[in-house]
Every structure is written in structure tokens, then in C-alpha cells.
Design a protein. Structure first.
Length: 155
């Protein structure tokens, strides 16, 4: 049997590094499982999307955002992650969300020029899927991919 002499301090650092890596990976896996669970147990809550299909509607969103929160969901119909995010939003949608915000749906494949204008107007980098929260004509929150959530947006 071979024995190696390793300084105790190096061993403790290695153990701490491994522990941190495991904790991070476990956390990420839990997020992924929640994301997949929401997709698999999909339930449509009769969400009333307002279709966003013209740049002119952005002025309407800015005006309405002075009295009620406006949410824009940018969706790519070619992206499975975007489909996951859309289903999560449909599952989370409830009367509280309906009372607190108007929700717009943008098919960014069909209306790319609207998506580009959103990036310019609200000073956000284009991503998909992406959720933007507009208040007083300003984007006060944006999230993408597995972070898309009404709960986070309206917190």
C-alpha cells in the first residue's frame, strides 16, 4: 500500500473547492428539475396574451406603463428553451398577475424589427426567451432563459 504525504492545508482547500462545486452543481440541477417539472406538468390557465406585432404598439405600452405594469415576453418559435419558458409563464399566470400587469407576446421570428426596436428603446441586449417589465416607459427588470417568471418580474 502506498501513502502520500499531502500538507493538511492543501487537502482542506481541495475539500472546500469540491464542496463548493458540488453545492453549485446541485443548485443548478434543482433549478433544471423545477424548469422541466413545470414543462411536463403543463397546464394552461387561459392566459390572455396581447399580441405585440408592430413598433407602434411600443408607444402604447409606454403610455399604459404609467398606470399599470407592462410585461413583454419575447418568444422564439424555433427554440425549445423558449417553449419551456412560455409554458412556465402560462402555468404561473393567475388573477394577481392579470390585475397587476398587461402581458404582451412577441413572436420575434415573425416580428424581428419589433424585437430590435425593443432592444434599442429599452436599452437591453436581445435574448430569447426574454421577459421585460416596463414601468413609466422604462425597462425596470429583464430576465431570460430559465429566469423568466412572473413571480420574479412582479416581486
Amino acid at each position: 500500500m502506498l501513502y502520500f504525504k499531502v500538507p493538511l492545508q492543501v487537502s482542506l482547500r481541495s475539500i472546500n473547492f469540491v464542496n463548493e462545486s458540488i453545492n453549485t452543481n446541485v443548485f443548478n440541477m434543482l433549478k433544471l428539475f423545477k424548469f422541466i417539472k413545470n414543462f411536463v406538468t403543463y397546464k394552461n390557465n387561459d392566459m390572455n396574451w396581447e399580441n405585440l406585432n408592430s413598433i407602434d404598439q411600443l408607444l402604447e405600452i409606454d403610455i399604459n406603463s404609467k398606470s399599470k405594469t407592462q410585461i413583454i415576453f419575447k418568444h422564439s418559435t424555433r427554440c425549445s428553451v423558449s417553449t419551456f419558458a412560455k409554458r412556465i409563464l402560462e402555468r404561473e399566470y393567475n388573477d394577481t398577475v392579470k390585475e397587476q400587469a398587461d402581458v404582451y407576446y412577441l413572436d420575434l421570428i415573425s416580428f424581428r424589427e419589433v424585437s430590435n426596436e425593443i432592444a434599442n428603446r429599452y436599452a437591453v441586449m436581445h435574448q430569447s426567451p426574454q421577459m421585460l417589465v416596463i414601468k413609466d416607459g422604462v425597462c425596470v427588470f429583464n430576465s431570460s432563459h430559465s429566469d423568466v417568471s412572473f413571480e420574479k418580474a412582479l416581486a
